[in-house]
Design a protein around this ligand. Structure first.
Ligand SMILES: CC(C)(COP(=O)(O)OP(=O)(O)OC[C@H]1O[C@@H](n2cnc3c(N)ncnc32)[C@H](O)[C@@H]1OP(=O)(O)O)[C@@H](O)C(=O)NCCC(=O)NCCS
Length: 169
């Protein structure tokens, strides 16, 4: 599935498309931190979604130390993947979501592979992620990308060494 998706840094240009996909095809809890707002995709939650993403326009060296990418399949925005600098040099933590209609087609694996390429390009040597055993899709995606998985109760910590990652294309 290499080449199945393209990553574009989230910016004012693609932010509304990203919000549309999130509102139509994802749960708020999967795509943004909790906010005090009426349930569902209320006006307040949409505005909080915009501000949450704008806060990371500065990328890895900005205030949130986070680079967020819109995931594109063809011309369509289908989700988001991010990397956040950890305190350890050369290490970033990742997280992603895809709209429901884009799931289960291998795009999660393709997206993480692109993120690994971007992390390597930014000079990183490791990508880590935290999820739960219950998130079977996320665990599968991480395993498919060569992650070492450390289980602690319900929690799963994943570590991907970029030196050991096979080239994606
Ligand atoms: C997690 C997520 C990104 C996975 O993306 P995806 O495109 O559906 O995953 P893929 O199609 O690339 O599937 C990769 C593997 O996971 C498996 N898988 C994916 N979703 C699954 C599910 N819900 N249940 C069981 N297996 C699943 C696929 O069968 C595939 O297995 P294989 O490698 O053995 O063939 C997507 O489900 C999602 O956005 N979920 C909501 C947000 C979220 O949980 N993000 C992760 C937070 S840690």
């Amino acid at each position: 599935m290499a080449g199945a998706v393209r990553l574009e840094p989230v910016d004012e240009e693609n932010l509304e498309s990203l919000l549309s996909v999130a509102a139509a095809e994802a749960e708020p809890g999967d795509v943004m931190p909790p906010v005090e707002a009426p349930a569902g995709w209320s006006h307040a939650r949409r505005e909080a979604f915009r501000e949450f993403h704008r806060a990371s326009f500065g990328g890895l060296d900005g205030p949130t130390r986070t680079l967020m990418f819109a995931v594109l399949a063809g011309a369509e925005v289908v989700g988001m993947v991010r990397m956040t600098r950890c305190d350890a040099p050369g290490v970033v933590e990742t997280g992603m979501w895809l709209g429901r209609s884009a799931r289960g087609q291998g795009l999660g694996v393709a997206t993480l592979r692109e993120l690994l390429n971007a992390a390597a390009g930014a000079g990183m040597h490791s990508v880590v992620a935290d999820t739960t055993r219950a998130n079977v899709g996320a665990v599968s995606v991480l395993r498919s990308c060569g992650a070492k998985l450390l289980e602690h109760g319900d929690k799963v910590h994943a570590e991907i060494s970029l030196d050991a990652t096979p080239p994606s294309r």
